[in-house]
Design a protein. Sequence first.
Length: 189
Amino acid sequence: MIKPAYIALGVGAAYAAFYLRKFRANGARVTIVGDSLSLLPGGWQDILAKKYGWTVNNLSKVGQTSAAALSRYRLSTGANDIVFIFLGANDSYGGVNKAFTLDNIRSIQKLAKDRGARTVIIPGYLSSKVTMSAQGKRYDDLKESMYWLPGIVVPLLRSVDPSDVPDGVHLSAKGQAQLAKLIEAWSLR
């Protein structure tokens, strides 16, 4: 028979492991490596930067693939505490091999670690809630594979409503706020 003290100890250890793996975010130096999903004014990155007082270097670019993002990150300078990686949409919609995309993300992670930063992978939202296209399904498949990457990987935003993704790809302000809350809950303290 399991004693209540052992159960309490187990629950406490699980909570501590979850909480302690989160990053201290106040005043952090943050780099964002992404595409247009990380560029919306007032988007998830701006919401969290304002809340935590971050200094942000946003290397995101419209249409950016993981290969281009890796190149841009290699050229970037400056110290970072946290690197957020939100990539894969343009690779998936452009037919880039999933293994190639994952290798590029791993390379960004390694480079960030070598520079003393910790990484957070942001898969985004469940595309199949918005579109049933082959590209959307390919993107969801890539997102599911991201959970095998090292470090913190934020869960998929599964509660997204199709009206929160008016163009079928980019989150509205409401969707961006939901994503910011999810990122905060899983990676920041």
